[in-house]
Design a protein around this ligand. Sequence first.
Ligand code: NAP
Length: 321
Amino acid sequence: MMWTDLLCHPLWAASTVLLALVLRQQRRARWDPRACAVQLKGKTAIVTGANTGIGKFIALDFARRGARVILACRSEARGSEALREIREKSGNGDVHLRLVDLASMESVRAFAKGVLEEEEALHILVNNAAVSGLPRSITKEGFDLTFATNHLGPFLLTNLLLDLLKRSAPARIVTLSSLNHWRGEIDFAHFHGDKLTYFMDKVYNHTKLHNVVCTNELARRLQGTGVTANSVHPGVVVTEVMRHYSFVLRFLFQTIGFFFFKSPDEGAVSSIYCAVAEETDGITGKYFDSDCSLTLPAPLARDAALAVKDFDVCERLTSKL
Ligand SMILES: NC(=O)c1ccc[n+]([C@@H]2O[C@H](COP(=O)([O-])OP(=O)(O)OC[C@H]3O[C@@H](n4cnc5c(N)ncnc54)[C@H](OP(=O)(O)O)[C@@H]3O)[C@@H](O)[C@H]2O)c1
């Protein structure tokens, strides 16, 4: 018998499907958002990158719980499509689209200004938007494009909204990092695109490490304010995250992912847990794994002195722009 015959064998096919189903069951988080009765009526939430992938499902969950939800997206067309879908599926008309390009500090400031002028409160901020696999590109403000999008933009946005969050306390900040932060390094030259290797997810990994480092430091600075800040890993999730990679890699990711990775709604669970669950009330400066368990981040992300330095550098880089 040829090995190709084996692949077509009904028993082999059945056992593969069974294995995929078992793995699918196992990858489910311990916490089920559908079983969580927490309502968000009267609460306001912002989700960046809410037009697709994980962000869209986080926003949909908040909308279903009755929150006023602001979808912070960079494309009017894609944002409007998501807005229509989320309103329709949740039956919540209090969902709104606001445009922001997180790679531009000017755009982040304009977005934050609009929020501060029009919103009376902000209870949940989810820093979800990110990019991976981009080639070298320097923004007009002088930052590496991936660093600006994934870290400096969300960092500035969070800082600009802090007073509103504090006035609205209890409030929660959730930043989507990634398990990949373990492979990241901290070198402040990276912010300007220096000393970076543009290969696969190398630059992305650095930005995801900065996400955890600065979130931990933010949490420390927010002690006693009623505002918590945590980072999460959503799992490996079949979204558009591979859109800047080659066709072959995208094909492999989608194909393998169909059986073994999470769907976007499953990928949203750890962030929703962190943002709404009663169990996570008051927890701050922590890193949540994709199954909603608290887990230790990489050693660099636990270096308190490095965190102070990183936060100061990011503050200095973004404060004048
Ligand atoms: N998928 C995974 O396996 C995985 C694993 C670990 C961590 N994560 C993290 O999960 C988060 C969500 O990722 P995803 O998988 O849902 O990715 P995705 O499907 O590619 O969605 C990314 C979102 O970010 C938005 N975005 C990108 N650049 C932006 C900018 N400059 N300004 C504003 N919005 C921008 C995108 O908007 P457009 O559609 O307009 O481009 C899109 O809405 C990210 O932080 C990612 O690092 C994902």
